[in-house]
Design a protein around this ligand. Sequence first.
Ligand SMILES: [Zn+2]
Length: 308
Amino acid sequence: MLAAYITHLDCTRHNMGPHHPECPERLGAIQDHLLIKGLLDYMVPYEAPLATDEQLGRAHTALYVKEMKALAPQDGLLYVDPDTIMCPDTLRAALRAAGAAVEATDLVISGQVATAFCAVRPPGHHAERAAAMGFCFFNNVAVGIRHALDVHKVQRVALIDFDVHHGNGSEDIFHDDDRVLMCSIFEKGLYPYSGDAPRGPNMVNVGLPSRSGSDAFREAVTQTWLPALEAFRPQMIYISAGFDAHREDDMGNLGLVEADYEWVTARVMEVAQRHCLGRVVSCLEGGYELSALGRSAAAHVKALIGAD
Ligand SMILES: [Zn+2]
C-alpha cells in the first residue's frame, strides 16, 4: 500500500539566517534522496494544510498560540532564544508543519494510505505546551497525536523519538496523558539536558552515552522500546524522526549510520503490523549534515513503505 509524502514549499521559506544548521536546504536534500532511490514512486504527494488554532490548542495553551502569532515579525529576524529565530515566513511554515501531522493522521486513519512521512520544518519535539525552543515553535507530532486521540477517538498512541536530542517538548505535553506511550532514545549530556528522570510512567527514556554506536542503540530498542510497545498495544504509532544521531552529523556523537534508521523503522513497522494495521505517521525532526540526512531519511522511508 502507498505512503503519503506530505510537505509544502512554505516550509522552505522559514530561514533563521545564513549559518543556521536548521536550514531550508534540508528538505531538498531529503527529496533528492527519495527521488534517487526511487522511493517517491511508492508515495502520494500531499500539500500540508495550515494548522488551525483549535488543532494547535490540543497540544499548546491557547495563550501560547496567540503569543506566537503576535510575535511573528513583519520584517527582519526575531530571536525567541539564541537558536530559535522567526523570520516573516516562519509562522506560515510552522503552521504547515503542524498541519502536515494533522493531514497525515486523517489520511492514515481513513485508510487512504498505510503510512505517512511529513517532510516539514521547523521541527517540533522541543516545543513545550507553552514554550518555543531548540529550533521548534509548535510540536508538530503532538498536534497530530492529539488530533488522533481527541477527534478520531483513537485510544492508545505510541510516540517513538530517535532524534539525538531528548524530546522535552513531547514529554512536557504527554507526561500526564496515559493514552500516550513515549519511547525515546537520546544522547546523554546534550541539549536540552532533560530526560534522565522520566516525568511520567508513560515515558520510556533511554539516555545513551556519547559514542555508544549502532549495537548499543539496537540493544536499547530491543530491551526497552519493544517490550513496552508490545505491552501497550498501540492503535497508532507516530515517529519523531530526527537523523542527527548519524555519525557524520556534528550535532551529536552517538555514531549511528543509515542502516540503523532502516532497522529501527522496520522494528516499529513490525509492531504496527501486529497491533494497528501498520498505521504509522512519521514527522521530520533534526538532521543537519545534508548528505547524511538525505541518506538516513531515505533509509527510514524505505522501511516505512516496506520497499525492498
Ligand atoms: Zn535533534
